[in-house]
Design a protein around this ligand. Structure first.
Ligand code: ADP
Length: 831
């Protein structure tokens, strides 16, 4: 937060700097404004030349044909008469007639002027000795001879004030001498006469001069103009009344006839009908020339090179007013505001864009500035502050980019520092430490390359660190899962997903509670309570078991994950409000441990209980035989019993070991493709003698459409024999047993059905437990260990199958071995 604020402070400073640059350019470098106006004129090009303003030029050709200037006024009078014949709207005779010449000539000219009735003559300011205050000069108007002045329709000042760069851009629409005698500009006066506007029909307002129907935009008096005005002694500016001239083009844009041609009659008087005619010197030798914005160094004569004769400037002034195309500026404040607007626009481009988008944005801003200025000039005769706008852009771009790069660099410093701190003391030997201190310890400013190298260095270290942690986590035999405070799973290691039989990527992002409840490991309420207490900082552990496909025992441990290193968090402003940031869940497979415990318990049971009774009876009987005289028949009986008990003892031990070997997985199964019918036949024949003793018939129903089964043949045969021998043992004499194999969906069933004593429902669950025998059989003559069925169960499971039983007391029992014969088997085999 603090950094952001600071950022805006710097941006503010940049804006102020930009604004200062704009003001400096605006007030102290007016040349730029002038140059931009020239550029706008040239970019616009020439306007169509108006055909109602015609020039009669005292040009080089005229001088050649008529003779050296000044001519006798008789000649001018003749020329004027020719023009008058065409009845023009007005004639501007841009020649000063302040002194008398031959009276006859003057007479002629006065007549010609009078005949025309619409001639306007120029007046000029003139410095002379004061008549009232001797020894002092004063400025007065240099008027035409009274005889001309009286017959002329009007008089206008022909004064032009170029800008500091020598270019004439504006004209003062009125001017006065020391005494306050005022004249309109020559061009304005000609237009007044041409349009017959009354001399009093004007109104001077702020920035606007209304003249007849024209409301001419006046421009502020620029520093340049004021300076120039001061340089011309005696020019009193009553009101600046300055109008920017919208030049039609470079010189010779107006229709122009040589005075000599007019005089000789080569130009028809009709040419001048209803036109405004301007007569004046265009020959450069006569000196009255002005530099215009169109003038520049170029090869084409029309476009550049040549300055413009004064008479043509007057033509441009008339055209500017007549066509109402005077130019204007925005009001001062808006000018600056418009320029200032560029800075925020540039700031946005720098702040929010990057790379090529930023360059495109810059190009768009620049184009908008230039195109805007051109469009405003060409279509609205408005001169936008182009230099100020460009200055704003050129000042803001480097400053903003520099600021950004400095901020990025400082940020980089801070991050480098933090990263190097975070790394400290992790898995590094002494050499490493020294090396890093050399590279990161010093706080002297470094260049960008150095920093980037340091970033590479730290990145490499962090990657090493990460892969180390990854290897540690995935190498753990325990499953590790991390959930965030909203119980979403954010990390699982390989072993967790292996133990949970689900791919890690499917677990990530899941809700841990949902997952566990779906897996029926915990009830939702129980788990929520547990997680809550863990989030409050407590550890918790519990055991659970999963039955399918094999019984597995798990220990699950929940512990809170805390925000960690206090020193670091304080230093770098990590939040310490919620120290618990997640929950670590460790899952350990404790099945083997549980198995071991069971083995211990069962072995203890075997030794302490099952082996004890036969040993006790052997001990007792042998004691009697040893100590007391016993009859031969009795002793034979006792020896038989001792032998039977020893056999039972032996059998019990070897069966126990068989089962244990299977359970522990120490005995590797030897799978081969076996013919089940064959296996059943062999098992039946091995049990037949025992069955025959009890006159029990074994009926083997053969089945020819059995699939090939992959199995461990001896083990499976042993299991079938166990089931057959049970059927015989627990059936009365003269009954029968059926044996058959059937093919079901994906399993093969071996069914052994007897018509014996059966098993009561409450014992059905328990008969597969080790050492379990029905009470009935425990006390009877039948020899048994209670281990046969657990062996059968183990063999079935080792084949990926199971054993099931259905039984009814005194009716009979049916034991079924379910053995998978397809994918399941091979899946199992691979394990
Ligand atoms: P045992 O060595 O006693 O036969 P088993 O594990 O094979 O041990 O059988 C456990 C007990 O289940 C037997 O003691 C007997 O009580 C009962 N049992 C097994 N098979 C049958 C059967 N076919 N009919 C009735 N009871 C049976």
């Amino acid at each position: 937060m603090r950094r952001r604020k600071f950022n805006w402070l710097r941006i503010g400073a940049i804006w102020i700097a930009g604004a200062a640059a704009i003001l400096i350019v605006s007030f102290f470098v007016p040349t730029l404004q002038n140059a931009s106006i020239n550029m706008l004129f040239r970019l616009r090009g020439e306007l169509p030349a108006p055909d109602d303003i015609v020039l009669v030029a005292i040009d080089d050709a005229s001088l050649q044909r008529i003779g050296k200037y000044p001519w006798s006024r008789q000649i001018t009078a003749e020329g004027l008469d020719k023009i008058t014949a065409g009845e023009p709207k007005a004639v501007g005779l841009d020649i000063i007639y302040a002194e008398e010449s031959e009276p006859e000539d003057d007479q002629h000219l006065a007549e010609a002027i009078g005949k025309n009735r619409r001639v306007v003559l120029p007046v000029q300011l003139f410095e002379t000795e004061s008549e009232t205050v001797p020894g002092q000069t004063e400025i007065i108007w240099l008027l035409p001879l009274t005889e001309f002045g009286e017959v002329a329709a009007g008089k206008g000042h022909a004064h032009a004030a170029p800008d500091v760069d020598g270019t004439l851009r504006s004209i003062q629409l009125s001017k006065a001498d020391d005494k306050g005698n005022r004249f309109w500009a020559f061009g304005l006066e000609i237009l007044r006469v041409a349009e017959q506007i009354s001399p009093g029909d004007f109104e001077e307002n702020q920035g606007v001069l209304r003249f007849g129907t024209y409301a001419i935009t006046l421009v502020r008096e620029t520093a340049a103009a004021a300076e120039t005005a001061e340089k011309i002694p005696g020019v009193t500016v009553v009101r600046s009344n300055e109008m920017l001239i919208n030049y039609v083009g470079a010189t010779k844009s107006f229709r122009q006839y040589s005075f000599a041609d007019v005089l000789s009659g080569a130009v028809s008087p009709e040419t001048f009908r209803d036109k405004i005619v301007l007569v004046g010197a265009t020959s450069p030798t006569l000196g009255d020339i002005q530099v215009t914005p169109f003038m520049h160094y170029a090869s084409e004569e029309r476009q550049g090179g040549q300055a413009m004769p004064g008479v043509e400037v007057h033509a441009n002034v008339i055209n500017t007013i007549k066509s109402r195309i005077w130019l204007g500026f925005l009001p001062g404040f808006w000018n600056l505001a418009l320029a200032f607007l560029i800075i925020p626009a540039t700031t946005l481009a720098v702040k929010f864009l990057d790379g090529w988008r930023q360059i495109v944005a810059f190009a768009v801003i620049l184009t908008a500035i230039v195109a805007g200025a051109i469009i405003a000039f060409n279509h609205y005769f408005l001169i936008l502050p182009l230099p100020e706008m460009l200055t704003a852009f050129l000042a803001a771009v480097p400053l903003l980019l520099l600021d950004r790069s400095l901020a990025a660099s400082r940020d980089l410093d801070a991050k480098l520092h933090m990263l190097s701190e975070v790394q400290k003391g992790f898995l590094l030997d002494e050499n490493d430490k020294k090396d890093r201190q050399n590279r990161l310890g010093a706080i002297v400013p470094r260049n960008l390359e150095w920093k980037l190298e340091a970033v590479d260095d730290i990145t490499a270290r962090l990657l090493t660190r990460m892969s180390f942690i990854n290897r540690v986590l995935s190498g753990m035999t325990d499953g590790v899962l991390v959930a965030d405070t909203r119980n979403r799973i954010v990390f699982v290691n390989e072993n967790f997903s292996r133990l949970a039989l689900i791919e890690a990527k499917n677990l990530l992002g899941q809700d841990f509670i949902e997952f566990s409840v779906r897996r029926k490991i915990f009830s939702e309420k129980e788990l929520r309570d547990t997680l809550e207490s863990v989030l409050s900082g407590k550890n918790y552990e519990t055991e659970f078991e999963i039955a399918a496909p094999q019984t597995k025992h798990f220990l699950i441990r929940f512990s809170p994950v805390t925000a960690g290193d206090d020193a670091l968090s304080e230093r770098f402003g990590f939040s310490t409000e919620t120290p618990v940031i997640g929950i670590l869940i460790m899952l350990a497979d404790i099945t083997e441990q549980r198995e071991l415990d069971r083995l211990k318990a069962e072995t203890l049971q075997l030794v302490s209980h099952e082996l004890r009774s036969p040993l006790t009876s052997i001990q007792g009987l042998s004691d009697v035989l040893r100590k007391f005289p016993v009859s031969e028949s009795e002793s034979q009986e006792m020896l038989d019993t001792i032998h039977a008990e020893a056999v039972r003892l032996n059998e019990m031990i070897s069966r126990f070991l068989d089962v244990k070997r299977l359970e522990s997985g120490n005995q590797e199964l030897q799978f081969s493709e076996i013919d089940v019918e064959n296996l059943l036949a062999q098992s039946v024949s091995s049990i037949s003698p025992t069955a025959a003793e009890k006159q029990i018939e074994i009926r083997h129903k053969t089945n020819s459409s059995l699939p090939v089964l992959r199995a461990d043949s001896p083990l499976l045969a042993q299991a079938v024999v166990n089931l057959l021998s049970n059927a015989v043992k627990y059936s009365p004499t003269e009954t029968f047993i059926t044996v058959e194999a059937l093919k079901a969906d994906s399993e093969l069933k071996i069914i052994i059905k007897d018509n014996g004593y059966g098993i009561p429902p409450e014992s059905l669950e328990r008969i597969f437990d080790k050492f379990y025998r029905l009470n009935r059989d425990e006390t009877s003559e039948t020899i048994g260990t209670g281990l046969g069925l657990s062996f059968v169960k183990e063999v079935a499971e080792k084949h990926g199958g199971r054993v099931s039983v259905e039984s009814e007391e005194n009716i009979g029992s049916t034991f079924t071995l379910h053995l998978p014969y397809r994918e399941n088997l091979s899946h199992y085999e691979n394990k």
